[in-house]
Design a protein around this ligand. Structure first.
Ligand code: PBG
Ligand code: ZN
Length: 317
């Protein structure tokens, strides 16, 4: 690819961000924590972080001026009910305690609340006999997981299981146990093969073609996505999330216009992989597409942007 003037590129990126109204406080870095460290093959440049290195990792995030992370945990083993998800010495709980003891209020810590990294099926709900997802049984487990994260010191719990009533169930549990974490709901999490690179790390020994379409939202129906969001707002979510990012930015704008509510967007592993893969072949300009992705998510109205690119682009802010 033709070499351009690095200095003027940098100026362009800064201008692009400035005109989108983006600030560092909008950015959240996703940290994937696992005690069997590895690189993720389909996410070049992204490593998983073991708990013993978590403070070092978070320090490098803080050094780039980012003060918010979300933790995705990959436990060392799975069991039928996903019990390590609510273990007080589970991987996420350990990571949160470690970060909070080193950084205190200087680093906001959110946690992914789900069971699919911890159970045998890889589904986000408990499967009853007959193969159906048991929504209500799952709610009890999600509430326990969220409370265990809040107890470890998480500032924000972020349920991503897409079970009906998950926001209400978790809010009630936090209230009963006098835990004051706020709640970010993965409200419009679309069923998507764009999660495949993440799943190749989190679900290594399992299928990467899990079909979650019975509980995740369909690409083709924005009315259902908006209804999910409205329900979560009514159940008391402090912020709602839309994911993946780039193919759903119309929804972000619709939610801002209709509900005027805080909205987060997650730019997912497949969106990272697409840019990386094409850039590695010299087919696109990596830096430009990273910057434009983030700027366009902000332009659509996102208040928080979770992206694996956050650290790379912080220098333009
Ligand atoms: C599971 C989970 C997924 C991601 C984070 N947590 C995907 C899934 O529904 O299987 C995807 C993250 C990414 O692709 O970056 N609740
Ligand atoms: Zn899940």
């Amino acid at each position: 690819m033709q070499r351009r003037n690095a200095r003027s590129d940098e100026e362009n990126y800064k201008t692009m961000f400035a005109s989108s109204g983006l600030r560092k406080s909008h950015l959240v870095f996703p940290v994937i924590v696992s005690n069997s460290p590895s690189m993720i093959k389909s996410m070049p440049g992204m490593a998983v972080t073991p708990v013993r290195r978590i403070s070092q990792r978070v320090q490098s995030i803080a050094d780039s001026g980012i003060s918010s992370v979300i933790i995705f945990g990959i436990p060392k083993s799975r069991d039928p009910i996903g019990s390590s998800a609510f273990d007080r010495n589970g991987i996420v709980q350990d990571a949160v305690r470690e970060i909070k003891s080193s950084f205190g209020s200087a680093m906001s810590v959110a946690t992914d609340v789900c069971i699919c990294q911890y159970n045998l099926t890889g589904h986000c709900g408990i499967i009853s006999y007959g193969g159906r997802i048991n929504n209500d049984a799952t709610l009890k487990v999600l509430a326990k997981i969220a409370a265990s994260h809040a107890e470890a010191g998480a500032d924000v719990v972020a349920p991503s299981a897409m079970m009906d009533g998950q926001v209400y169930a978790i809010k009630r549990e936090l209230h009963n146990r006098r835990l004051d974490a706020s709640l970010l709901s993965f409200s419009a999490k679309h069923a998507s093969s764009l999660y495949t690179p993440f799943r190749s790390a989190a679900f290594a020994k399992m299928t990467t073609r899990l079909d979650k379409s019975s509980y995740q939202v369909s690409y083709s129906n924005s009315r259902v996505a908006l209804r999910e969001i409205e329900t979560d707002i009514n159940e008391g979510a402090d912020m709602v999330m839309i994911k993946p990012a780039l193919m759903y930015l119309d929804l972000v704008r619709m939610v801002k216009n209709r509900f005027n509510y805080p909205v987060a967007v997650q730019n997912v592993s497949g969106e990272y992989a697409m840019i990386k893969a094409a850039a590695m072949r010299g087919w696109i300009d990596e830096e430009e597409w990273k910057v434009r992705s983030i700027a366009s998510i902000r332009r659509a109205g996102a208040d928080k942007i979770i992206s694996y690119f956050v650290l790379d682009v912080a220098k333009y802010l």
